[in-house]
Design a protein around this ligand. Structure first.
Ligand SMILES: *Cc1c(COP(=O)(O)O)cnc(C)c1O
Length: 471
């Protein structure tokens, strides 16, 4: 989470605003002529009604999540899912012996994913729920590192430094993994119009200390799928030449819940023997509200037994693999609900509708003279675009800022090393973003263009305008 500082002197100043008398109880609230301090615990309690209004009113200033085209994370679920989640919010996922049915639903979700991702022997596959893909990637990375350590006990620690190969377009969780677990991040920079990892560059960086290669389905930068099968084939060749047997982890945070339904002929999963593990975010295209991810290993060989903990003091002896201990059970129940509710055909229909919206929007934006598409929204339902070469009056940051005036949240950002010259806008379509909303978006964009074209040049951009996109 954001690393926050304590209250500054100006934070600590009492605001002095009177409490809205309408929020209070029938009698005047003792000592509440002014609003409570915001950065220190108030001396006394408030009534639940007044406290609710305070918090509720402040949160009104957050953006409208449904208009947030920056995030991959689910912003709409059915009312029944919300009811189910409310029913489970007091259940702690770790208390597997106390809440055996919640644990059972988690197990069934793992089994469904193992089947969906073509584990050769679904009964041998192992997996767990997590707080999201970031935790899942940490776990997968730890398994890769431990397997490499087991093979290199004579050289590590001491003589060798482990490395992990990935594209420069990786999500920040992989930089975190390498930093926290002291693994060298070997990143393949973008090159010209190649915005993600390719097989020859991945293979070229391998050596005997490579713990694995991360392939992303699909890239958060532009929604493109990385060529997982080609990367595996290149690593087969590396093994033939050097004897290094380098496993692949597929970061399917988004795509592992898109490709199985919309691109069934694309071979990216456990059908490739080199794919050791896969993660996904249940709270992205798994269609569940934030707080759930999944990590799966093709079999127990891919997950060293020594990383698995058995916690017996809660009464059970359930094996667990997690960074957290306590965690809400509601998201797991909601994931099972979503699997049950939609089935394969339902998922296919929902994801297809989302991708249709993305493609249609991309096509219409690409048809405008002012913009050039980087991707078409035909892999992840995500596309990136930039201003056309001849546009000098405005830049992507201006477009992002002006769209925000109409309530649309579209991030503009600069690409990483080697293509820092390229700045783009990215649109993430999700379930609940309908063609009707897309029409309204296009209408707003087109209405802004005459003013943007009339600008004398791009507005000066303070660094903070480059909005966050690492979702
Ligand atoms: C979103 C994302 C992550 C991080 O996932 P969280 O569920 O937000 O923790 C990791 N990798 C990729 C490719 C992503 O898109």
């Amino acid at each position: 989470m954001t690393l926050h500082k304590g209250a500054s002197p100006s934070d600590r100043k009492q605001s002095g605003h009177p409490v809205n008398p309408f929020y209070g109880e029938a009698d005047p609230i003792a000592g509440m002529e002014t609003s409570p301090p915001r950065h220190a615990l108030p001396d006394g309690p408030l009534s639940p009604h007044t406290a609710y209004q305070f918090v509720h009113d402040e949160l009104m200033l957050d953006g409208n999540s449904r208009l947030n085209l920056a995030t991959f994370v689910t912003t709409w679920m059915e009312p029944q899912a919300a009811v189910l989640m409310a029913e489970c919010r007091d259940k702690n996922m770790i208390d597997k012996d106390e809440y055996p049915r919640t644990a059972e639903l988690e197990k069934r979700c793992v089994a469904m994913l193992a089947d969906l991702w073509h584990a050769p022997d679904p009964a041998a596959a192992v997996g767990c729920s997590t707080t999201g893909s970031s935790e899942a990637c940490m776990l997968a990375g730890m398994a890769l590192k431990r397997r490499w350590m087991q093979r290199n006990q004579d050289r590590y620690p001491g003589k060798a430094r482990p490395n992990l190969i990935m594209g420069a377009n990786v999500q920040v969780c992989w930089e975190k993994f390498c930093n926290f677990w002291e693994v060298e991040a070997r990143t393949v920079p973008m090159e010209g119009d190649r915005f993600h990892l390719d097989a020859p560059s991945a293979a070229a960086l391998c050596d005997e200390n490579t713990i694995g290669v991360v392939a992303i389905l699909g890239s958060t930068f532009d929604g493109s799928y990385e060529p997982v099968a080609e990367i595996c084939a290149a690593l087969d060749e590396v093994q033939r030449q050097h004897g290094w047997d380098i496993p692949v982890h597929v970061d399917g945070a988004s795509g592992a819940m898109i490709a199985p339904f919309l691109d069934p002929e694309l071979v990216w999963d456990f059908r490739l023997p080199r794919v050791a593990s896969i993660n996904t975010s249940g709270h992205k295209y798994g269609l569940v509200y934030p707080g759930v991810g999944w990590a799966l290993w093709r079999d127990t060989d891919a997950l060293p037994e020594e990383l698995v903990f058995r916690v017996n003091y809660l009464g059970g002896d359930m094996p667990t693999f997690a960074l957290n201990f306590s965690r809400p059970g509601a998201q797991v129940a909601a994931q099972y609900y979503t699997f049950l509710r939609l089935g394969r055909a339902g998922f296919r229909a929902v994801q297809q509708a989302t991708r249709d919206v993305a493609r249609s929007m991309a096509e219409r934006i690409g048809a405008l003279d002012d913009f050039t598409l980087l991707t078409q929204g035909d892999q992840l339902p995500v596309f990136a675009f930039t201003t056309a070469g001849h546009v000098t009056a405005f830049d992507v940051f201006d477009v992002s800022r002006r769209l925000k005036e109409r309530g649309w949240l579209i991030p503009a950002y600069t690409f990483p090393e080697n293509r820092e010259d390229l700045s783009v806008l990215r649109v993430v379509c999700r379930n609940g973003f309908s063609l009707d909303l897309a029409d309204l978006f296009l209408a707003d964009l087109e209405a802004l263009l005459p003013e943007l074209r009339d600008q004398p040049g791009p507005m000066q951009r303070p660094e903070s305008v480059a909005t966050a996109f690492h979702h």
